[in-house]
Structure formats: structure tokens, C-alpha cells
Ligand binder design. Structure first.
Ligand code: FES
Ligand code: FES
Length: 386
């Protein structure tokens, strides 16, 4: 693949290098810039070992493309050598035995730095919540939490609490829009203009089938499934941002995986075949913050099993592109789909029985589940070479 020029500020100094567009920031920093203080653990955005600051915001460098950091201000744990607050955090880590092998420590230190600057009044509970995206395999978390509490309890220097310097791209530039998390491609006018994916282009995309039994009559189920306004209230995290018209949909869905949350906003088109009680939805969404794109197609059919109950069969194809595409792994998608489907089924039954919608924001899949799935994927790779 062709290499491209990449340049940004690394730990206060401008750097330039060449890398393939698919190169992740962590690999670029470690292998091109030879700054090995940033560690790589899971390489799937789960463990937090690779956390660095990009434009003042903690960022997982293993799932961030180096090319997307063009012109950014990147700060690794090595960029804090002379920082007074980081010195105090390091000393507190030593005092509270907050590290053992030290593998997670660069990510823990950068996350701790962010917590101390953002949450000066935090006690143990919010510190633990903020640290939930950083995994430690040996020390455990008691010492790490105690170290952060210690720093917060002992008046962190006011200067260190000032926002970190950010490089500000020119007003109105595409780069600025992208870095602000409001990529031009996800503004309403751009979304309106964006074409829907071609069904044929998803033929070879990852594929998932699921079935669920609903304890309601097939007619009631179909009446709900064929109403975009009603079904969307049964899907946790989903909403229509405009009324549906002639099968055209505009909306968004929140997906939560561990500490990472993505809001895919976009457009879709749905068609129904009432005689056969089946339908097909195709759509394209984009998470502005991570600049990840999702194309998907969902075919569904509902059939009577017994009087008073029916079965909903789903056939889904999807494609993720961008930093969060690591979460397109079949194991993770299956886990998310199973949880979502169980909640959707409960919400549909509740709605049909006149109880209103019970769908709430999606509950994130926890870090342990993510680790199990990551380990499973690694073992499959080792033993099958896939
Ligand atoms: Fe990046 Fe684990 S190596 S989150
Ligand atoms: Fe070993 Fe955290 S100190 S992984």
C-alpha cells in the first residue's frame, strides 16, 4: 500500500514520517518515532494501555489512525517528564504501590492525569468509574485509586488544572470540523445528500442471523414492526430525528461497548411486504466523534408459531469502516446483537400489550466480557490462522 506523509506535534516538538494510511497512531509513535513509552495491550481499544492525549483528550492510540492526527497535538506519557502534576501522580503511584509489572502504567498515568484535571472533587466512586476503561492484570486497582485520591486530596497545583494546549486549525476548515467531533460528512445537509449503500455492495459483508420468539399475536407484531415510529421506541438508544416518509428514515442509534460509546447518525430506507409479513431496511450511519461509518442491511420476517405467539427472524449484513471497525469482530457484534434483541423483544411485547415503551439507553457490555471476547479472538487466530 502507498505510504503517505504524516506530521503532527509529538510531546511538544513537530515530527514527520511516512506510513500507510491504515497505520495506527500507537504503531506510528512506537515504530516510526521510537517512543516506546506508549504500550500496546489488546490492540482493540479495550485495555487502555495505549492511552495518549490527542488535542488534550485521552485517546486510544491503538484504534486511532495516525493519518487522522495530521496537524494534531499528541502527547504521550514521555511528554510529561517535566510536568509538575504528573510528577506528583508518579510519586503517589510509587507511594501506594499502584504498579507491579508496569505494563498498564503509561495508560493509567495519562488517564489519572485527565481525571485529576477534570474532576478535582472526585472521590473513589467516580475515580473507579473513570478508570473502568483501563485494565490492570497484576496490581489491582486499590493502589491506583488511592494514588489518585491522594493527589486530589493534596491540592493539585492550579496551573496544572488549566486546559492542555490545543492546536487550533483554521476556522471553517474540514480538519477543524473533523477534530471537533462534528465531521462535515455528518452535518444534516451532508447526510441528506449521502447516498444509501447499494445492497449488492453488502453481499460479501459480515453476516448475522438471529431469531426470537414473541409472546404476542402475529398481527399485533406485524402492526408494530411495520411502523417505524413504533418500532424505534422499542430499540434501546435509537430515535428518529425526522418523521418517516414513504419509507425514508433519518435517525440515530447509540451503541455502548465498555467505556466506548458511539452515536451513529444517518439515513435509511425501509420497504414492507405486508402479505408475507416481511421487510427490509438498508441504511448508512456515521459516528462523528470517532469518524466511524456503518453500512447495514436488515431483512426481517415474522411468522405465527402458535395462536398468541410468533417468531421474528432477522438476517443482518453490516460493514464498519474507521477507528471503531475493530468492534466489527463477529464475536462482539453477536454479543451486542443478542443483548439488543432480548431487550427489543421485551419492549415489543410490552408495547403491544399497551404498556408503552420500556426501551432505555443501551447498557454497555462490560470490560470482562470484552476481555473474554478479545482472548477468544486471539486464540482462534493462533490456532486457525484466521
Ligand atoms: Fe489500545 Fe488496549 S492497546 S486499548
Ligand atoms: Fe501490571 Fe498493571 S501493573 S498490568
Amino acid at each position: 500500500m502507498t505510504e503517505i506523509d504524516i506530521g503532527f506535534t509529538l510531546d511538544g516538538a513537530p515530527v514527520r514520517g511516512r506510513a500507510e494510511p491504515r497505520t495506527h497512531l500507537a504503531d506510528f509513535i512506537r515504530e516510526e518515532m521510537l517512543r516506546t513509552g506508549t504500550h500496546l495491550g489488546c490492540e482493540q481499544g479495550v485495555c487502555g494501555a495505549c492511552t495518549v492525549f490527542v488535542d488534550g483528550r485521552p485517546t486510544r492510540s491503538c484504534i486511532t489512525l495516525a493519518a487522522s492526527c495530521q496537524g494534531a497535538d499528541v502527547r504521550t506519557v514521555e511528554g510529561f517528564d517535566d510536568d509538575a502534576l504528573m510528577r506528583r501522580i508518579r510519586e503517589a503511584f510509587s507511594r501506594h504501590h499502584a504498579l507491579q509489572c508496569g505494563y498498564c502504567t503509561p495508560g493509567m498515568l495519562t488517564t489519572a492525569y485527565d481525571i485529576v484535571r477534570r474532576l478535582p472533587d472526585a472521590d473513589a466512586a467516580p475515580i473507579r468509574r473513570e478508570l473502568s476503561g483501563n485494565l490492570c492484570r497484576c496490581t489491582g486497582y486499590a493502589g491506583i485509586v488511592a494514588a489518585i485520591e491522594d493527589v486530589l486530596a493534596n491540592d493539585p497545583p492550579a496551573a496544572a488544572l488549566l486546559p492542555m494546549p490545543r492546536s487550533v486549525p483554521k476556522a471553517g476548515s474540514r480538519e477543524r470540523a473533523a477534530r471537533a467531533g462534528s465531521d462535515v460528512a455528518s452535518t444534516p445537509s451532508a447526510l441528506e445528500a449521502a447516498a444509501l449503500p447499494d445492497a449488492a455492495s453488502l453481499e460479501d459483508a459480515p453476516h448475522l442471523t438471529r431469531s426470537v420468539t414473541l409472546a404476542i399475536g402475529v398481527e399485533d407484531a406485524w402492526a408494530l414492526l411495520s411502523s417505524p415510529e413504533r418500532i424505534v421506541t422499542c430499540v434501546p438508544g435509537a430515535s428518529l430525528t425526522e418523521p418517516s416518509k414513504d419509507g425514508a428514515l433519518t435517525g440515530q442509534i447509540l451503541v455502548a461497548v465498555g467505556p466506548i460509546k458511539a452515536i451513529f447518525a444517518g439515513r435509511g430506507s425501509v420497504t414492507f411486504d405486508a402479505d408475507r409479513r416481511r421487510g427490509s431496511l438498508i441504511g448508512r450511519g456515521r459516528d462523528a466523534l470517532s469518524r466511524t461509518a456503518l453500512d447495514g442491511k436488515l431483512d426481517f420476517v415474522v411468522a405465527e408459531t402458535d395462536p398468541g405467539s410468533c417468531r421474528l427472524d432477522l438476517d443482518m449484513r453490516y460493514r464498519l469502516a474507521g477507528p471503531l471497525s475493530q468492534f466489527g469482530r463477529p464475536e462482539l457484534v453477536a454479543e451486542i446483537a443478542d443483548r439488543l434483541l432480548a431487550e427489543v423483544a421485551t419492549a415489543i411485547e410490552h408495547e403491544v400489550r399497551g404498556g408503552g415503551s420500556v426501551a432505555e439507553a443501551p447498557k454497555p457490555i462490560n470490560g470482562f466480557t470484552l476481555m473474554v471476547l478479545a482472548l477468544k479472538a486471539m486464540l482462534v487466530k493462533v490456532f486457525t490462522g484466521r
